[in-house]
Design a protein around this ligand. Structure first.
Ligand SMILES: [Zn+2]
Length: 276
């Protein structure tokens, strides 16, 4: 498990042995991994490849007893033999859980370093602050924190049916759950109810917390709820969705991948976890 509170420990360890470090090396949004027998993948361990130009070395914490870091490599970096650059999402099935967790943190911090380069108050450059996630303005000293965007995702059920939605960008045949970004001054529960109404015309009741999940694409926090349908004609918001419809338990469409909280909620519902 990644102990990501151990930033200081990891910083100290950076002074230590080169061959003990674990590196999450991002070229754009792709991560360098070494394939292990085609079924598993691991991050880079040891001294950085000599050909790589790197910047923004960020301490992630301690992973499996070793200090773990993320950094940005130049866009023209070529993966050393036996390794490759991969988008993060498919790596969920290949990295072990703690490594994926560290990669997910690394992806969000690297995104922050790449996209928050100048102060939004005074337009001067930002710089990293030692032993912190903060980036500080070199002129006005304002401190900017990595952005996290909360989203509500809600499983809406009624009798033996599930209300599911489909966005145009989904793989063919896949349906997910109602979801959307929390607005300023809105509770996550209120967001879940609002999105149900806006996306599908559905009123909901008994909105109950299920769990939450960081979602590093690029920096969401998905907060999951279970809700009962409480009326309302199904009206699909075609601006946001390609389709929305009810599916019965024994005829579900293609589901979101196991990495997602949507899938965890659907699986729990399929098992009957939310029946009264
Ligand atoms: Zn400033």
């Amino acid at each position: 498990m990644l102990q990501n509170r151990a930033v200081f420990e990891a910083k100290t360890a950076l002074q230590a042995k080169d061959d003990q470090r674990i590196w999450f090396l991002f070229r754009g949004e792709e991560l360098l991994v070494r394939d292990q027998e085609g079924q598993r993948a691991t991050p880079w361990v040891g001294p950085l490849p000599a050909s790589f130009e790197t910047r923004d070395e960020l301490a992630l914490g301690v992973l499996d007893g070793k200090p773990a870091f993320a950094c940005i490599v130049s866009d023209d970096a070529i993966a050393p033999e036996g390794t490759r650059f991969s988008p993060l999402r498919p790596l969920h099935a290949l990295l072990d859980a703690s490594a994926f967790d560290a990669a997910s943190l690394g992806a969000q911090l690297v995104y922050f370093a790449r996209h928050y380069r100048f102060c939004a108050r005074c337009a001067h450059p930002l710089e990293a602050v030692a032993d912190s996630r903060v980036r500080r303005c070199t002129s006005c000293a304002h401190e900017w924190y990595p952005r996290v965007s909360p989203c509500a995702i809600v499983l809406i059920h009624h009798d033996d049916r599930l209300l599911m939605t489909r966005q145009a960008r989904y793989p063919a045949g896949m349906y997910g759950l109602v979801a959307g970004f929390v607005e300023p001054n809105e509770s996550v529960e209120a967001c879940a109810a609002r999105e149900a109404l806006e996306e599908c015309g559905a009123r909901v009741r008994d909105v109950r917390y299920f769990g939450s999940q960081p979602w590093p694409f690029p920096h969401q926090l998905m907060v999951g709820f279970i809700a009962e349908y409480d009326g309302g004609e199904l009206i699909v918001d075609r601006g946001e969705l390609e389709d929305a419809r009810w599916f019965s338990r024994d005829a579900l469409p293609t589901l979101p991948p196991p990495v997602s909280i949507a899938r965890k909620m659907i699986d729990a519902w399929s098992r009957g976890d939310f029946e009264r």
